[in-house]
Design a protein around this ligand. Structure first.
Ligand code: FES
Ligand SMILES: [Fe+2]
Length: 405
């Protein structure tokens, strides 16, 4: 009897606990993985335009090691780095007017992998058109170099965004690759899903960013919001409603847009449509980068928006301060290099996360079955995307979001 009672009390100790596992179908990004194939169906930012020069640089994107450079005419190129002749790395190659020359036997490849020259061969290679260095299409817009790493016959149009097409006086579109505004290293050292799904987690804001760590944005963000989530064709939307101390109602609309775009309304609550967009680009399964575009007359606006930790910047914090005032980086990176999703206990306020994980799994299945993922545009006349996320003041009765289970 006594033994039985003790067994009941002691249920749940860590003794014999076996950790769970990641949701493989959404976390993995390599070629042939379910979500990796979804991500490859869209143009992805891979570098800032300003950083792509005639010096070849190694880049790792979606688990693939590639070589990025700009040829002498200014065209960016993204090539598989192992030379198709006998494998020397083009990292040691030299950029020329029309391409890159391998250091070993001098083969020259243009930005689309065509072999232009085989200098040891008669007539510079009579059969050089029979080889092709593996390459990916790249293009530039808004200060970013974008790559399309998916099936060539399904290549979509690179979208334009209304907030970056309509500029106010003195405004320009600026690009940034220094990580997320909450602080952290420029290349984040954990799985991209832990960050992207956080976009659909508005309930962490009043806790982590206000009550626990002290006010990291504006005092109004400490108010626990009423939240509704809704499925969109191309992602998930959350609407967080707060009654401000002056009686006005603030509606904060944030979207996770497929496959990895964050449309996060300004946590400082500036009103209007969101003009800071961030792409969560996996480097591989355990690392990612954020490429941020923002519209401003001030190129330093983004760095001024960085979260303040008791008056300090994230990089200035010591260990004790990281523990006392954790931000997004501490919360998300500590979920693990890849989170063990099957150990999570999702509750009603995790509805946005649940919806996003379900939608990712559904879209991954759709793509694996030969379908197109949502939001792709194949016709240039449809390329303009209207951004709906933002902060809006509206009457309390106005709530246009309908949660779809
Ligand atoms: S290995 Fe590149 S030219 Fe021979
Ligand atoms: Fe956050």
């Amino acid at each position: 009897m006594i033994h039985d009672q003790q067994a009941a009390v002691d249920v749940g100790t860590a003794y014999g606990f076996t950790p769970g596992s990641p949701l493989e179908q959404i976390a993995r990004v390599g070629p042939g993985t379910p979500m990796g194939e979804v991500l490859r169906r869209y143009w992805q930012p891979v570098a800032l335009t300003d950083k792509v020069t005639q010096t070849p640089q190694r880049v790792r994107v979606l688990g693939e090691d590639l070589l990025l450079f700009r040829d002498g005419t200014g065209r960016p190129g993204l090539l598989y780095p192992r030379c198709c002749h006998r494998g020397a790395s083009l990292y040691y190659g030299g950029v020329e007017e029309n391409g890159i020359r391998c250091c070993y036997h001098g083969w020259v490849f243009d930005v689309e992998g065509r072999c232009l020259e085989q200098p040891c061969e008669p007539e510079l290679g009579l059969h050089r058109d029979r080889v092709r260095q593996p390459w990916y299409p790249v293009t530039e817009r808004y200060g970013l170099v974008w790559a399309y790493m998916g099936p060539p016959e399904r290549k979509p149009v690179l979208p334009r965004y209304d907030v970056f097409e309509e500029l106010g006086p003195g405004q320009a579109v600026h690009a940034d690759d220094s990580g997320f505004s909450g602080g952290g290293p420029a290349e984040l050292d954990f799985n991209w899903v832990s960050h992207w799904e956080n976009v659909m987690d508005p309930f962490h804001v009043p806790i982590l960013h206000a009550r626990f760590s002290g006010n990291q944005f504006v005092p109004e963000m400490a108010i626990m919001p009423e939240v509704s989530f809704s499925y969109l064709d191309h992602g998930i939307r959350s609407e967080s409603t707060r009654t401000l101390p002056d009686g006005r109602t603030l509606r904060r609309v944030t979207e996770a847009v497929f496959p990895n775009l964050r449309v996060v309304a300004d946590p400082r609550l500036s009103l209007g449509a969101c003009d800071v967009l961030g792409w969560v680009v996996p480097v591989d399964d355990e690392n990612f980068k954020i490429f941020t575009l923002f519209r401003s007359a001030d190129p330093d606006r983004l760095s001024q928006m960085r979260t303040a930790f008791g008056g300090k910047r994230w990089a200035e914090l010591n260990d004790e301060e990281h523990r006392r005032m954790p931000g997004d980086y501490e919360a998300q990176s500590s979920q693990g290099r890849i989170s063990l999703h099957t150990d999570d206990h999702l509750t009603t306020t995790d509805q946005g996360v649940t919806m996003l994980r379900r939608m990712m799994a559904r879209v991954a299945r759709q793509v694996a079955d030969g379908g197109d993922p949502p939001g792709l545009v194949f016709d240039e006349k449809d390329e303009l995307v209207c951004v709906r996320g933002g902060n809006y003041i509206e009457p309390l009765t106005d709530d246009s979001a309908e949660a779809t289970p």
